[in-house]
Design a binder for this molecule. Structure first.
Ligand SMILES: C[S@@+](CC[C@H](N)C(=O)[O-])C[C@H]1O[C@@H](n2cnc3c(N)ncnc32)[C@H](O)[C@@H]1O
Length: 387
């Protein structure tokens, strides 16, 4: 287990790849750093999420997040007639979101629980082990399978912070022409080179979306999103796709003021913008282009039914009411305050997870009435935040 410096075998492996092919596109470099079968950040045995890891996710902040997502999933089950229902969660991390959803459904909607299959699609064997431990109480309901082996299903396809972990390319625009970052070697260290023309799939991606970075800007592009949403649409017979992640619509992601893109690395809760350090020992992420998910999804038969900031989603689903309830049950004022601060983190626009985080819901083959997450914020009692 390594935590601090570079993983040497992985560094050597990537340098060999670079030497063998005169440089590799950034997407390939990132793919090796995160998903090399033995040494990749997500594949090796390490604590990634939570206090002793490198970053927090909403589900690791408090179980309330999962309970509110569960409330929405229960309504989806009702909308679809209340029979057999499958939840597929891809990229489940420690399994905390799954555990909170399953705890909620088993406690509140026993009939749904008895009709439920919860399938986890997880690329990392290490995470899968952790999920199996955390989900042992729901052994009869949960199963794991590779994406390719997933049967066609009706229900809900769910992910939280999956797409931001997909490998991306980096492009820059100079003198009207897009160039692409290749990772090369200089004096035994990683270096970057801008090359033209960009790969055909990058050109096609921007052409289809009708948006491109502006002159002088650097930006990421995740062409894998198209294959992903098409594959998800093909697996979903009837139901919903719920995608939670940080990101923007394309116009905002590629806005002129965003000069250096959104690529960020996380190592022990410190963010940095240097993917060429802590090789295999830090997370590398970039913000999701939600227009791409919507547009490529629409072409594959998924209708966009909801897109909003996470704070709106959580507030509409009962964040404040739940918070009041939690406070009522806590008799230690210090503990209640700490809990309030933790929970506020889920909805805080600045520095918190409330605004940059978005929730996209797509549907297929379902007539969708008003979703619970579409409740108007004016109906929510807000006195909880005073004092
Ligand atoms: C940033 S973590 C998010 C964890 C979790 N959803 C949460 O809310 O705490 C990303 C997760 O996606 C998994 N992952 C990344 N690419 C994947 C893929 N192609 N298929 C399945 N899981 C993947 C990682 O192993 C990890 O479990």
């Amino acid at each position: 287990m390594e935590n601090n410096s570079n993983n040497q075998p992985l560094t050597q492996f990537i340098l060999d790849q670079i030497r063998n092919s005169d440089g590799i596109p950034f997407r390939q470099f990132m793919q090796h750093c995160l998903y090399h079968p033995d040494y990749g950040y997500y594949m090796s045995a390490r604590r990634r999420i939570g206090r002793y890891g490198d970053f927090y996710t909403s589900s690791s902040v408090h179980s309330l997040f999962g309970r509110l997502v569960a409330r929405q999933i229960v309504q989806m089950w009702q909308i679809m007639g209340g029979g057999a229902f499958t939840v597929v969660e891809q990229g489940a991390g420690e399994g905390e979101l799954a555990a909170d959803i399953l705890d909620y459904i088993s406690a509140v909607e026993a009939q749904m629980y008895s009709n439920l299959r919860y399938i986890v699609v997880e690329i990392s064997q290490d995470n899968r082990r952790r999920q199996q431990e955390n989900l042992s109480a729901h052994g009869g309901v949960v199963d794991w399978c590779a994406f390719a082996d997933l049967p066609r299903f009706s229900g809900c396809f769910l992910s939280n912070e999956l797409l931001d972990a997909f490998a991306v390319d980096i492009v820059e625009k100079h003198a009207g022409e897009l160039s692409q970052v290749y990772v090369t070697e200089k004096d035994g260290a990683f270096a970057e080179e801008l090359r033209t023309p960009v790969a055909a799939d990058i050109r096609e991606h921007f052409a289809t979306l009708g948006v491109e970075p502006v002159e002088g800007n650097r930006a990421e592009v995740c062409t894998a999103v198209r294959d992903w949403v098409e594959a998800v649409a093909a697996k979903l017979e009837r139901g919903f796709v719920v995608t939670i992640d940080y990101g923007y619509p394309a116009q905002e992601l590629y806005a002129p003021f965003r000069r250096h893109g959104t690529l960020l690395c996380y190592h022990r809760h410190q963010a940095n913008d240097n993917p060429y350090q802590h090789i295999g020992c830090q997370d590398i992420t970039s913000h999701v282009d939600f227009t791409a998910v919507q547009q490529f999804g629409a072409a594959a038969g998924l209708d966009s039914v909801y897109f909003a900031e996470q704070y709106r989603f959580l507030l509409a689903l009962g964040f404040v009411e739940e918070l009041l309830e939690l406070q009522r049950h806590s008799n230690d004022e210090k503990e209640a305050l700490a809990m309030r601060m933790t929970l506020k983190n889920l909805i805080m626009p600045e520095g918190g997870m409330g605004e940059t985080f978005k929730v996209l819901i797509q549907s297929r083959g379902v007539k969708v009435p008003q979703l619970l997450c579409q409740r108007r914020l004016s109906e929510i009692p807000l006195e909880v935040f005073s004092g």
